[in-house]
Design a protein around this ligand. Sequence first.
Ligand SMILES: NC(=O)c1ccc[n+]([C@@H]2O[C@H](COP(=O)([O-])OP(=O)(O)OC[C@H]3O[C@@H](n4cnc5c(N)ncnc54)[C@H](OP(=O)(O)O)[C@@H]3O)[C@@H](O)[C@H]2O)c1
Length: 288
Amino acid sequence: MAALSIDSKYKMLSGYEIPVLGYGVYQTPADVTEDVTLHAFKTGYRHVDSARGYRNEQPCADAMRKSLIPRGEIFFTSKVPPRAMGYEQTKASINSSFKQTGLDYIDLYLIHAPYGGKEARNGAWRALVEAKQAGLIRSIGVSNYGVHHLNELEAYIKEMEERYGKGRGGEISVGQWELHPWLARKDIVDWCTERGVICEAYCPIVRGQRFGESVVQELSRKHQKTPAQVLLRWSLQKGFVPLPKSVTPARIEENANLYDFELSAEDMKALETSEYSPCAWDPTTSTD
Ligand SMILES: NC(=O)c1ccc[n+]([C@@H]2O[C@H](COP(=O)([O-])OP(=O)(O)OC[C@H]3O[C@@H](n4cnc5c(N)ncnc54)[C@H](OP(=O)(O)O)[C@@H]3O)[C@@H](O)[C@H]2O)c1
């Protein structure tokens, strides 16, 4: 693995690059979002993970402008709300994101969750593909899809290509899931790895709930790094794109200070568990 730094990027199937460390803003109140996002930019983050449902797209975009960092160096993600699935509603969701943010383009737009049934999922995807073809969105993907949803989408992409021509079905550049040592989702990660889909890790520090685990404590002592840094380093070394969230300036910095140590193969193994323990919702298992 090439040495990672805060400036590392991965190339996606869309051809665009994604910064490997993201900054999550779920549950970040709109009135503090601009300030904390600016602090993240000062710290060196160049990737913000928002969503229609977080109600803070606008202050994220305000921070992007105020930072004076060239637009092309910042990566911004939003997501289709689970209650706005389907073709027309997804088009409306994308329009709202542009109205709220005032951005010329959005780097990544994800389907937030696989709810609403097959027709709604396929319709949402078709709207994303059209927005990508119109140059509004650069890369598209999904979040919280189980392998059965991913297979369904892959079949739909193939069907679209047969109907409209090669490349017209879009490509799944990114998938976003809750991923950490107590929810490693081998089936989903293998599906993505085989196809070159980038895996983003949400709740990468398990919302602080596992800092007391003895293996985390031991590795924290061994490397003289905090439990959050150990878990984020695990995520980076798994090849994921972790999206830690914090509204606390010192933690924003701590969560980006990951590049002066490395977990050994033995450390990585010690962090392997066979648990399936989500700390957030788990739409991957939905069957409608
Ligand atoms: N696609 C989805 O369905 C989905 C679902 C959940 C999350 N996400 C994305 O993933 C991001 C991260 O997930 P998350 O926010 O649920 O969980 P997380 O990043 O694992 O944990 C965030 C929590 O940990 C605290 N924290 C942050 N850094 C810390 C540190 N160094 N030491 C101790 N505590 C620390 C934060 O507190 P303070 O903020 O008070 O510092 C906050 O309460 C979200 O913001 C969002 O962008 C996506």
